[in-house]
Design a binder for this molecule. Sequence first.
Ligand code: PMV
Length: 347
Amino acid sequence: MKTVTCTAPVNIAVIKYWGKRDEKLILPLNDSISFTLSQDEMCAKTTVSISPTFTEDKFWLNGKKESLENPRVQNCLKEIRRRASKRKFEGSDENVWSWHVHICSENNFPTAAGLASSAAGYACLVYALGQVYGVEGDLSSVARQGSGSACRSIHGGLVRWYKGEADDGSDSVARPIAPPDHFPNLRVIICVVNAGQKKTGSTVGMKQTVATSSLMQHRISVSVTSRIESMMKAIKEKDWPTFCDLTIADSNEMHAVCLDTFPPCVYMTDTSHAVASLLHKYNDLKTIESNINHKVCYTFDAGPNACIFAPEAVAEEVLALLLQAFPPPPAQATDDYVKGIPSQPAT
Ligand code: PMV
């Protein structure tokens, strides 16, 4: 029997992936850019075991036995086994690719609440399967077939997922573009506005957007393409204020196209908007103080929870402001999903 345990952190997109050109292969309509958080905070942990004596594949998620029928899990498993079957192994390990697998996966933060749980989960699953079946090389295109955004959690730091051009998805891969400490001393504050499962999952939300939003056509053909280039430039030049402005603009555009769908996909709540508004006031103050390098930025995935990037020098102050403006209910733990430093890939 061979057993491997891996962890993979979530990644937070600063230029969002929203909309697919191929549903089955999970090929996006646009490039996206993200930050992979540190391993110590929000991450998935997966243990996989393979053995010639196992009689079937089995899967547990957060302690509950789950069906392995899920086509996305199957796609990842099939692709890893296909790649493993092409490798040469010594002696008794020769048919390792045909051994059944037992998978046990857990997240240390709410699942399916718009906190990128599937990104960490599939990156971790694919990385662990790759290790246990002895598959080498780029795994981002396999993780992508589990959940698009998962391909970015294969790498640490700032990562770009290239949409690619090929019909088979072979060039739709994630590549690291800058190390975790590129913007030094950066803190991430996650405001859990609601830890419940989102009403409209990202797959349905994206489909609805592509089918019905005319604003989406503008996003894809004009705005997101130029924003990607501006973001690459801001990252290259370590231009933090521009990085902040672009991050905020892209989050708002993603939620605007969601509202432009029919029926609308509403992910942000009044509290989410109040958090955004507070941070705009904070940034206005920093501009008046001529301290634009202490600006902060927010971004929202397909859910109401805010992810805030803040320079360390102001992170405590921003956190204190948030806790004052939005005091957590007494019964709720406050220390669960508060901070992390963008840093590492799946290990
Ligand atoms: O990978 P999915 O299907 O969970 O979609 C993720 C979509 C967003 O989180 C909203 C944006 C992104 O780029 O991560």
